[in-house]
Ligand binder design. Structure first.
Ligand code: MUC
Ligand code: MG
Length: 373
């Protein structure tokens, strides 16, 4: 077989509206900006990837604009002309020349996997060693900012059997107000749902000590990133004291972070995000560290659209244990779709089809309409 080369890499910024404002402690989303990666190969195959973050630079240190610029100016020249079917070699070449930039790397690694899967007629999950589950249970984030609206939204999700796990975004308000909000929602839903919170680093340890106790005492199942990622010793202490398990999210910006968190005993659950590890293969390295350390897993999201969501899904279905399920609901937060085959959510699960690659085709008309001009 002739060697297949990477011919070009195009990045497209796409702005899509959200179904409602999505209020996180650090940012309120009125829309979401996707960065779509189109990696074209000499055999005519195109691989798709996505490098998406939340709120410009509010969440991570790569923005949609910097991701596009960096891929166009630094990643593409390193990859064009390289073997498209050797993903190890391509990613190693990037890692040698480019530090960090895991969001951009994730879009590229996803696109390489998609292209190779299409080439071999295999779903990405099978390239990653094979799936051990067909679907993934998906949490929904209640983040309207209003307790009654959040309860109504949760009831609707339970009724249509789409979600029975709810994550509440807190941290921006005065702590007692946030605790009342969470407890009211848990009391309304009772045992019909798992209720969890994400503080997005907004508490300090002195606040978190009491708040974690109250949350645990009131049936909250999981507390995500209560304090700043840099306060490692505080996170170790909280992990020992909190009656509800502590999950690391912002604390993991790389596979190496995952190792040091595990070594320090700073969390009992890891949020796995392809964007924060450098792709679907990279996130599985973090999963392996967790598994070896006895840390439970949760399939996280950066609220990607369908391309990034399915890239994560193909990795997550290969996991032996996914105790805390996933939050791969990104496409459901958007009013518009840019792929032909919108992901299917049914009976609390996201289905992961067995078509080659990620199993997606771009809807060129929709993409042309929503791409940033
Ligand atoms: C985060 O911090 O986990 C994931 C779901 C959601 O609503 O926000 C994100 C980011
Ligand atoms: Mg989080």
């Amino acid at each position: 077989m002739n060697q297949v080369l990477i011919e070009s890499i195009e990045t497209v910024i796409v702005d899509l509206p959200t179904i409602r404002p999505h209020k996180l402690a650090m940012h309120t989303m009125q829309n979401q900006t996707l960065v779509i990666v189109r990696l074209r190969c000499s055999d005519g195959i195109e691989g798709l990837g996505e490098s998406t973050t939340i709120g410009g630079l509010a969440y991570g240190n790569e923005s949609p604009e910097s991701i596009k610029q960096n891929i166009d100016s630094h990643f593409a020249p390193l990859l064009v002309g390289q073997d498209a079917s050797n993903i190890n070699a391509a990613m190693l070449r990037l890692d040698k020349a480019i530090t960090g930039n895991t969001f951009a790397k994730s879009g590229i690694e996803s696109a390489l996997l998609d292209a190779q899967g299409k080439r071999l007629g295999l779903p990405v999950s099978e390239l990653l060693g094979g799936r051990v589950r067909e679907g993934l249970e998906v949490a929904w984030t209640l983040a309207s900012g209003d307790t009654a609206k959040d309860i109504a939204e949760a009831e609707q999700m339970l009724d249509i059997r789409r979600h029975r796990i709810f994550k509440l975004k807190i941290g921006a308000n005065e702590v007692n107000q946030d605790l009342r909000h969470v407890i009211a929602i848990k009391q309304a839903l009772g045992d019909r749902a798992s209720v969890r919170v994400d503080v997005n680093q907004y508490w300090d340890e002195s606040v978190a000590i009491r708040a974690c106790q109250v949350l645990g005492d009131n049936g909250i199942d999981l507390i995500e990133q209560p304090i700043a990622r840099i306060n490692r010793s505080g996170q170790i202490r909280l992990n020992q004291r909190s009656p509800a398990p502590i999950m690391a999210d912002e604390s993991i910006e790389s596979v190496e972070d995952a190792f040091s968190l595990a070594a320090d005993g700073a969390a009992s659950i890891f949020a796995l995000k392809i964007a924060k590890n450098g792709g679907p293969r990279a996130v599985l390295r973090t999963a392996q560290i967790a598994e070896a350390a006895g840390i439970s897993l949760y399939g996280g999201t950066m609220l990607e659209g369908s391309v990034g969501t399915m890239a994560a899904a193909h990795a997550f279905v290969t996991l032996n244990k996914l105790t805390w399920h996933t939050e791969l609901f990104g496409p459901l937060l958007l009013t518009e779709e840019i792929v032909v085959e919108a992901p299917v959510y049914r009976e609390f699960q996201l289905e992961v089809p067995r078509n080659p690659g990620l199993g997606l085709t771009l809807d060129e008309e929709r993409l042309a309409f929503f791409r940033r001009k």
